[in-house]
Design a protein around this ligand. Structure first.
Ligand code: ADP
Ligand code: ADP
Length: 227
């Protein structure tokens, strides 16, 4: 069934209409690519869905909860508990090791250090970056850092992973491997993935594509595995 749904989202920044009646829905375990030209509203849609930015009007519903009418504290608790995030750059804390970074969401959600690090280590192994767990982010490659970021997003067992251009800083080989690992992990854990990308090569890993243009989202339903 539908896990996360947005209806009629509007968001204006000054005189810029970022979202102009965008609709969106994603089922549990589904990987949806959000595509579209630069400035079309993709990131704003992701931020509204994830409860980071409140829309001016329209609704976001997660399970039976109305995200768009929650308080800041409620949205922040929802993000910590049920959502995971992967961004393009600058997401790892430079002072912490890769293991500590990956364990951070679980620590913030209240887990003890041992439990959080055991859970994080499992995901670092899964993403083939266990060998750099005691390194700091500045000492690892871009591809390794992005795998650590994905391990961190998945370690808290999120129901929805929000990924904004997760391969944008990687070369194509590393990008494809990261997408394989991210989508496999999502299928195994039945997490939904909202994947913002402007690359069709990356969107090819999704089950379904949604195109955002001028602040409106259109479903371009495609069959997974048809390629
Ligand atoms: P995309 O992710 O597709 O590139 P965005 O959602 O980032 O698009 O932006 C949509 C439009 O809203 C753009 O014109 C952008 O400049 C504008 N915008 C986005 N965020 C802000 C903001 N915080 N303040 C002002 N304008 C913004
Ligand atoms: P993207 O590549 O996802 O569109 P941008 O580089 O456009 O990202 O934006 C990076 C950040 O700056 C986002 O958080 C976005 O909300 C914000 N932003 C985008 N456009 C503007 C703008 N015109 N004024 C202020 N902030 C903006």
């Amino acid at each position: 069934g539908v896990l996360l749904q947005a209806e009629g989202l509007h968001k204006v920044y000054g005189t810029t209409v970022a979202l102009d009646g965008a609709d969106f829905r994603i089922n549990a375990g589904e990987v949806v690519a959000v595509m579209g030209p630069s400035g079309s509203g993709k990131s704003t849609l992701l931020h509204c869905l994830a409860g980071i930015v409140p829309p001016d009007s329209g609704t976001v519903t997660y399970r039976d909860q109305q995200v768009s009418s929650m308080s800041d504290a409620q949205r922040s608790a929802l993000r910590r508990g049920d959502f995971g995030f992967v961004f393009q750059f600058g997401q790892l804390v430079p002072e912490l090791t890769c293991l500590e970074n990956a364990a951070l969401p679980m620590r913030l959600a209240g887990a003890g250090r041992k439990d959080a690090e055991a859970g994080a280590k499992k995901w670092l192994e899964r993403l083939e970056v266990d060998d750099v767990r005691h390194h700091r982010p500045g000492q690892v490659s871009g591809g390794q850092g992005q795998r650590v970021a994905i391990a961190r997003a998945l370690a808290g067992n999120p129901r929805v992973v929000f990924a904004d251009e997760p391969t944008g800083a990687l070369d194509s080989l590393n990008g494809e491997r990261v997408m394989e690992l991210l989508t496999q992990a999502a299928r195994e854990t039945q997490a939904a993935v909202v994947l913002v990308t402007h690359e069709s090569r990356v969107a090819a890993y999704s089950d379904r594509e949604v195109v955002v243009r001028d602040g409106k989202a259109r479903d371009m339903t495609m069959l997974a595995g048809a390629v």
